[in-house]
Design a protein. Structure first.
Length: 427
């Protein structure tokens, strides 16, 4: 396939944390290795000036303005938090995220991103534009081009109308406008991509568009720092949970803690041999929950937020990786794919969702219902006895590696370009 000029618009991009940021950092890297010329337009995060860094253009973002943050933000985001996301840190006042359709980024970032995209495309036209959400308003950059736009791929990392992260808008006109914008984006793009199958299926059922499933993945070339944890004695089991324990979708680690308590009651000799390491920020509800399980104080080790490279090293040094999900069908957190790369067994608190399907499909571990403490304790016992580690035999995880995903994205670029060419011919 011919090398293409591709313009990617995504609010989240390194150094901002999160699975969306990691998805496009890896995808862009491998698309460039395939010969494509890729330019990224993204938001300048707090502490960074707008400007160009090679093929990455960071535009002004009011969420990062010190003045606006002092006036509007109710609290300073914790280290590693996604700045400005109400569900992640409660930082924006309700007036913004309840009043602006489809989201506040429509006014805080889209105007500068739009000017940058139009200028870049006017200087030398691009073959394709990829808009990636959240924020869902990012997709409006594709709509605003009108008839003179390049081929357009709309990439949905979360559902818009399907299992939305934020609550519904308070008024009927807002909700109607939100539905209308989603429909116009999905039906207007040349190719629609969804990170999970349930999101893709929903877009087909509700909006009549055959969306392509292109998941998040793991990068075999990801650099990993030396393991920050000391070696463990023989027979010692280290569990690791990386990232946020709870979340807006209803993730709850209570059953995991109950299972740990139950295991130690039934196997007292396991005391001192099992350790649960928590790498990531704790929400107030998480801290309150840990207080309820004060008897596990010698078992649980909370490291707080650590840089991603160190987190990846911890994952590869653990004996069992813990994934906590909700009952949402479309949930498959970015940690799942990092866990694939770690080559360690996974205990997924997941049932009836995308995460459970992927764990079972790839045989990277065991998926159990998130509320079933007895089933979780049984898996922990298998891990303590070494059975789970000995039976670890993943299959097909190469399909989730970014080199393979970039090949699929290249094919979708060609499809979008062909469709756009036909549409122009019809006009």
């Amino acid at each position: 396939m011919s090398p293409r000029r591709v313009l990617v618009a995504t609010y989240y991009y390194p150094p901002q944390p999160g699975s969306g940021s990691s998805r496009w950092a890896a995808m862009v890297s491998h698309l460039r290795r395939a010969g494509h010329q890729v330019t990224v337009v993204t938001a300048a995060p707090p502490g960074h000036r707008p400007g160009r860094e090679g093929d990455v253009l960071r535009t002004a973002n009011l969420n990062s303005s010190p003045l606006l943050r002092r006036v509007l933000l109710r609290s300073k985001p914790a280290a590693g938090a996604t700045a400005g996301v109400p569900a992640a840190g409660g930082t924006l006042p309700p007036l913004l995220w309840k009043g602006i359709v489809p989201d506040p980024w429509l006014v805080t970032w889209n105007p500068t991103a739009w000017r940058a995209i139009r200028r870049l495309h006017a200087e030398r036209p691009y073959d394709a534009l990829i808009t990636s959400s959240p924020a869902h308003s990012t997709h409006l950059l594709g709509l605003w081009f009108g008839r003179d736009r390049p081929a357009w791929i709309a990439d949905f990392r979360d559902g818009w109308g399907f299992e939305p992260l934020l609550p519904p808008f308070p008024t009927p006109p807002q909700r109607a406008l939100d539905r209308s914008l989603e429909r116009r984006v999905v039906q207007g793009a040349d190719v629609v991509v969804a990170v999970t199958r349930p999101i893709a299926e929903d877009l087909g059922v509700r909006l009549g568009v055959a969306a392509e499933h292109l998941p998040n993945g793991w990068d075999p070339e990801q650099t990993v720092a030396p393991p920050p944890a000391p070696a463990r004695p023989e027979g010692h089991l280290r569990l690791l949970h990386a990232g946020a324990m709870s979340g807006a979708w209803g993730r709850n680690p209570r059953a995991l803690l109950i299972a740990l308590r139950r295991l130690l009651a039934e196997r007292p000799e396991a005391a001192g041999r099992i350790e649960l390491v928590l790498a990531g920020n704790l929400e107030p509800a998480d801290r309150a929950l840990l207080d309820e399980f004060a008897d596990l104080e010698g078992v649980i080790c909370h490291l707080g937020y650590i840089p991603r490279e160190q987190a990846l090293a911890l994952q590869r040094a653990a004996d069992l990786l813990v994934l906590i999900t909700s009952r949402n069908r479309g949930e498959a957190t970015g940690k799942l794919y990092e866990y694939m790369a770690a080559a360690r067994p996974v205990l997924a608190l997941a049932e009836g969702n995308e995460a459970a399907r992927i764990v079972r499909e790839t045989n990277i571990g065991v998926a159990v219902p998130p509320e079933d403490a007895e089933a979780i304790a049984a898996v922990l016992l298998r891990a303590l006895d070494g059975e789970l580690q000995r039976s670890y035999a993943p299959r097909g995880i190469e399909a989730y590696a970014y080199p393979a995903l970039a090949e699929r994205m290249t094919a979708l670029l060609e499809t979008a370009i062909e469709r756009r060419a036909r549409a122009r011919g019809a006009v």
